[in-house]
Design a protein around this ligand. Sequence first.
Ligand code: NAD
Length: 319
Amino acid sequence: MNILITGVAGFIGSSLAEKLVELGHSVFGVDNFDTFYKKETKLSNLHNLMQSANFTFLEGDICNKELYKNKIFKHIDIVVHLAARAGVRPSLEIPDKYYESNAIGTIELLEFAKREKIKRFIFASSSSVYGKNPNSPWKEDSELMPISPYAASKISAESIGKVYAHLYNIQFIALRFFTVYGPKQRPDLAIHKFFHKIYNDQAIDFYGDGKTYRDYTYIDDIIHGLIGALFSEELNENFMCFNLGNNKQISLAELVTNIEKIIGKKAILNYLPEQQGDVRSTCADINNSAKYLKYNPKTAIEEGLQSFNKWYLTQNKIN
Ligand code: NAD
């Protein structure tokens, strides 16, 4: 199949593209190398893919209507839309930019999908849409109580996706990812930052009392979920929404202890109050994903952290 991946130079996009090329698909990737983190890191994410004859890359912004005139947008079978401004905290500083990339950008891509009669459109949503809803594990129909502009931009994109699904018969599948980690993880995310800082004897910003909880999900499990969403023949509605989490929580304090054990060094903690926009606890109900996507996350946090560490050490010289 011909598969378009937006945000292909990012953590999840490049990991998915590698898997799809390995499975024999033709992957067309778009990315604008936004400045949220270094372009060199994103180029390095693309390095192996660029060697493959089944991978085509186009640098560009999904918000730019001109982009869609490029010939790569012909003959696409399925869209996987991962491009976004992805950090939660910065979204409080530049909410308009988040809305533009994440919501307006999704509309531009849906317009392309409408013109080209794309049958299936997979969208990267986020656990943050549930926000301060206290009743976790969250099911897909749990109340959405967002507390950041980032989360609101993802809800807007889901919502416009539902409208296009209804009006134009595009099957829109929203996948709500729960804190994804593993090799190539974004440098702004906690696990990556913690490894980096502990290895380099720098203090970790430790928000709150350590009793905030996250449902960390390993990248290979997320990729299995994405593959399920791409190829499942059991998705019989035009708009469907699925949680991709691990259904297991660990606290911030436990996370740090686990990383300290792997590195063999104590972390220096810089205690700070909880951050605005951060939710206290996340946990996914994954019964629907198991049923429709055959989703079955297998990676325990200790194992996932070990493979992150292995990857990290190949990328960085440690003193
Ligand atoms: P990432 O930042 O590594 O990848 C996103 C990519 O999108 C980047 O390479 C960026 O340059 C690109 N991009 C941003 N705006 C663009 C635009 N306007 N046009 C073209 N490209 C653009 O992030 P990631 O962690 O790989 O996340 C991928 C998707 O999954 C995002 O939509 C994110 O919101 C969502 N998500 C991620 C997590 C997680 O834990 N990583 C959790 C929930 C949801």
